[in-house]
Design a protein around this ligand. Sequence first.
Ligand code: HEC
Ligand code: HEC
Length: 267
Amino acid sequence: MQQIQFFRLACLTITALPVFAQAPAANKTPQRSPFLISRPVPDQASIDRGRAIYVPTCGFCHGSNATGAEGPDLVRSFVALRDEGGDEIGPVIKAGRPGMPAFPQLTNEQIHDIAAFLRNRQQDAIDRNAYQIKNVNTGNITKGKTYFAAQCAACHSAEKDLKGIGGKYEDAVLLGKIVYPTGRGVTPAARRTVTVTANGKVSSGRLEYLDDFEVALKDSTGEYHGFQRGPAVKVEVKDPLSGHEKLMKAFSDTDLHDVLAYLVTLK
Ligand code: HEC
Ligand code: HEC
């Protein structure tokens, strides 16, 4: 639940950031072909919302332009080309695929927006790649370094875990990671752990499952332990990403862009 709320918050936060922009405003707006591959032409607000969800959530596997990375190109995918308003991609997103996690927390509205974004990308490909994500790296490196020392250095180091981070992700993806660092990059260090005290016996390990009735963990030997929850069972969950959750409420757009500018220098 916490994860889901976190996710929603992340989406809201990202949506609220005016970091993504349209194709560079050249002196003349490129003439668009008629929308060849979609009858209902997606509206711009939906495309923008979809992009804000897509880039940090899907972009690191499918490329922030959707032309593919570890995951397939979604501009040329038949599933995505056939899609109308999320009807084809929705089931894939909700259920996942081998090598792709499920995103059951995404609402139909959000999927509809992602579909609008992808449709726009396909159209842009037809219009010969008019699309670009505007440079998001607009912050001040020195201020970002100071901010990092104050807000991030308790958990991160520019010489250790974040060494080379600037070369690891595209800037827009990195921005998403600062706000919400999950997805493929999530290492065991980022997983939630839990301590369960039941009948005086204490067990702890990686959190495998949690709802109002049950909790399950895997201990350090890899053994699975499930418990019924109740008044006599104490459950303590530790989330290593809670630091990001707190920061997300604290940092301003300027802080975020400054710290991004600094991280980009860590090559
Ligand atoms: C961890 C990497 C990863 C992430 C994150 C991810 N995907 Fe995927 N996705 C894949 C892989 C790998 C496949 C191919 C799976 C297969 O071969 O069936 C795939 C397949 C798909 C397909 C089917 C393409 C086709 O032509 O069959 C769609 C649509 C899709 N992803 C959309 C998304 C969307 C939208 C998101 C974000 C909400 C997302 N994916 C997030 C890795 C990822
Ligand atoms: C309370 C601890 C904590 C704080 C504070 C914190 N982070 Fe993190 N951060 C983490 C954890 C845990 C991860 C997940 C690490 C992993 O997957 O290995 C992470 C992941 C990341 C990642 C993704 C790394 C990758 O390789 O994908 C970035 C980027 C990042 N944090 C940036 C920041 C920035 C910038 C700040 C300060 C504004 C910050 N973090 C503050 C704990 C923290």
